[in-house]
Design a protein around this ligand. Structure first.
Ligand code: CIR
Length: 264
């Protein structure tokens, strides 16, 4: 069985000062956000992850969204240079912690890269070109992973924060014996770069639903998107849901709150 270490980080007190790009600021209930985040960590444990919390960063408003600070492969971890200057301090503790598990590489200026823009599939890495991730960041990532056999494909994204707001992995072909499946919102990213994958579209009534977290062969969905979850179920996928509404107000989804590190 595949075992993951899952890095998470506590919801910071400063979350109400988070970066917002496509959403209007609405009050975040801190206690509720903490409760929902704990439920998320519990689901990861149920799925066999060993949850390790990074040191809390209460003054860094977006520090709960650890996904953006690194991209973890089996052979290497790439520490990002987040596109929002307010988030660059988050990488320090992640660098310390990931260094225990992987050889590290770093995105250097003028490159910028957010982990939320990087969709890793077997053999292919899609990199969203967004306000957070520039072409130089994508190019640097490519040089780090080419030695391990990955092709890197830059993908334009329009209307949402990150590539993984628009498309995520729903199953890996090798695990299910079929084609790799992606869950996609075609309003925000073209289907064209993903030729050869089986694409499942979100329910149009749930534009934020494309962000799901694949752990082994289980798909973690936000409870707020039941219609899209039913579409995944109909494709024979095994899904479960977590309440994620509070952190969604900070423009975060279910992939954003963890970094998964395969250990076996
Ligand atoms: C930000 O704008 O950076 C945060 N408020 C949300 C980051 C969400 N992260 C992700 O989608 N990977």
């Amino acid at each position: 069985m595949t075992v993951f270490v899952a890095f998470t980080r506590a919801v910071p007190r400063a979350i109400d000062r988070c970066e917002l790009t496509h959403l209007v600021r609405t009050p975040i209930d801190y206690a509720r956000a903490v409760e929902q985040h704990a439920a998320y960590e519990e689901v990861l444990r149920r799925l066999g992850c060993r949850v390790e919390r990074l040191p809390a960063e209460d003054d860094m408003p977006d520090s709960v969204f650890v996904e953006d600070t690194a991209v973890v492969f089996d052979e290497i971890a790439v520490i990002t240079r987040p596109g929002a200057a307010s988030r660059r301090g988050e990488v320090e503790s992640v660098t310390q912690a990931l260094g225990m598990h992987r050889r590290l590489a770093f995105i250097q200026p003028p490159g910028t890269l957010d982990g939320g823009d990087v969709l890793v599939t077997p053999g292919k890495v899609f990199v969203g070109i967004t306000e957070r991730t520039n072409a130089d960041g994508a190019r640097q990532l490519a040089t780090h992973v080419i030695p391990f056999g990955f092709v890197t494909i830059p993908v334009p994204v329009d209307g949402c924060l990150h590539l993984k707001s628009a498309v995520t992995l729903a199953s890996i072909g090798a695990v299910r014996g079929g084609r790799t499946m992606l869950l996609i919102n075609p309003q925000w990213v073209s289907r064209d770069p993903f030729d050869g994958y089986e694409l499942i579209e979100i329910d149009p009534a749930e534009p934020m639903a494309a962000n799901v977290l694949l752990v082994g062969d289980r798909v973690v969905c936000a409870e707020e998107h039941p219609r899209t979850r039913r579409r995944l179920d109909a494709h024979g996928l095994v899904t479960l849901s977590v309440p994620a509404g509070e952190l969604a107000k900070a423009e975060g989804g279910v992939t954003c709150c963890s970094l998964l590190i395969r250990t076996t």
